[in-house]
Design a binder for this molecule. Structure first.
Ligand code: NAD
Ligand code: WQD
Length: 338
């Protein structure tokens, strides 16, 4: 069984390729390397002993995607990670985000004539600030806070509406909570572009001396310690959820459009994460309390019962493993810059 992994040299994609190999799948990666490095292929080979097939291609290029599909008729499923994901940049350059995140999806669906099994990377951002926590898949989708978030909401609609009229299109949408951490070998991990906007890469870069102190964005939220709460999930657990989703599609048991939350089901505050990093690694962090960040929500964490039951998947790695692996990767990067 050969799986096409778009965005497979990226953060979540590379970890998923490793888990696909571990589960016995063949893999072909398509990536334009706009936010990843070709060296990741060697790193995957070091971990698994297998080098994935790789095609450098911009999925916005309709002709190239069609040519690829014509040459790769043996694909039994697609995991579509390729997208731009920086929330702040999407506010500054909405067209860049709408163009990339929609054209890539539409070109893929068209090239495979909507006859394909596809796992789509969505985000808990579609829920905004949920009214009820933990948030279930039935919760209302709120007006997106950013063009990036809007690309995920509309992409879900594109897939749902197409599945409604094309029975041969079988889709699983995974709504990720906050992916963090790295592979335990520290050979792959997140490669933030410029100053990290996300909490954990900022923490590790601060600990290694690349950044100054961390600013905690707000300690006046209605949470036990006043800082905002998220459902952090280890990227390796998240990667395994994609293998479970592919197996679910192969089983033909579900409807041809299904949505799953992928998180741990447990919320952690910013201050708890800082504390967990210090406890797990023995490193001391410098931080100050700042204002709330515009567009941030107070708290979210997922109800993951549906994924547990139907996908037979459950997050296994705890906050300590998330922090230790993220730190090991940061130290690896210092000695082995990309
Ligand atoms: P990433 O940027 O590390 O990986 C995305 C990959 O897609 C990169 O390698 C990039 O080069 C490639 N890519 C982008 N546009 C492309 C195009 N037009 N053609 C070919 N390749 C292209 O991001 P990630 O963190 O691994 O995220 C993967 C997916 O998960 C994205 O769809 C993202 O929106 C979604 N997601 C991420 C998070 C998160 O916090 N990281 C949370 C929820 C959802
Ligand atoms: C986590 C918490 C910050 C940095 C974003 C996207 C979302 C999804 C995941 C893709 C928040 C706080 C952060 C810092 C801080 N991506 N923080 N100081 O905002 O939950 O989600 O990434 O789909 O769409 O919006 O993640 O890691 O940026 O922030 O206090 O320097 O850490 O305010 O409460 P977020 P994050």
């Amino acid at each position: 069984m050969k799986i096409l992994v778009t965005g497979g040299t990226g953060y979540i994609g590379s970890h998923t390729v490793v888990e696909l190999f571990n589960a016995g799948y063949e893999v072909v990666i398509v990536d334009d390397l706009s936010n990843s490095d070709i060296k990741i292929l060697e790193q995957i080979e070091k971990i698994t002993g297998k080098k994935p097939d790789f095609v450098k291609l911009d999925l916005c290029n309709e002709k190239e995607v069609n040519d690829f599909a014509a040459q790769h008729k043996d694909i039994s499923g697609i995991i579509h990670f390729a997208a731009f994901k920086a929330v702040g940049e999407s506010v500054q350059e909405p067209l860049k985000y709408y163009r990339n995140n929609f054209y890539s999806l539409i070109n893929l669906l068209t090239a495979y004539n909507s006859k394909v099994k596809l796992v789509f990377s969505s985000s808990c951002t579609v829920y905004g600030q949920p009214d009820v926590l933990p948030v279930t898949e039935q919760a209302a989708v709120k007006k997106a806070e950013s063009p990036y978030g809007n690309t995920k909401q509309i992409a879900e609609e594109i897939l749902q509406e197409t599945c409604a009229v094309k029975a041969e299109l079988e889709v699983i949408v995974l709504r990720y909570f906050n992916p963090v951490g790295a592979h335990h070998t520290a050979l792959i991990g997140e490669l933030p572009n410029g100053i990290p906007q996300n909490l954990v890469p900022f923490i590790t870069q601060s600990a290694i001396g690349k950044r100054n102190s961390i600013t905690v964005y707000g300690d006046d939220y209605n949470t036990p310690d006043g800082s905002a709460i998220r459902d952090y999930i280890h990227v390796v657990d998240l990667a395994k959820a994609h293998v479970a989703a592919i197996k679910r599609l192969e089983s033909k048991l579900g409807d041809n459009y299904e949505v799953f939350n992928i998180g741990t089901g447990k919320g952690s505050s910013v201050l708890e994460i800082i504390n967990a990093f210090e406890q797990s690694t023995g490193e001391k962090l410098k931080y100050t309390i700042g204002k709330r960040r515009e567009g941030d929500i107070e708290q979210t964490f997922g109800d993951v019962a549906k994924a547990n039951k139907i996908l037979g998947w459950k997050a296994e790695l705890d906050i300590n493993e998330m922090m230790n692996s993220a730190w090991k990767w940061e130290k690896y990067l210092k000695d082995n810059p990309f």
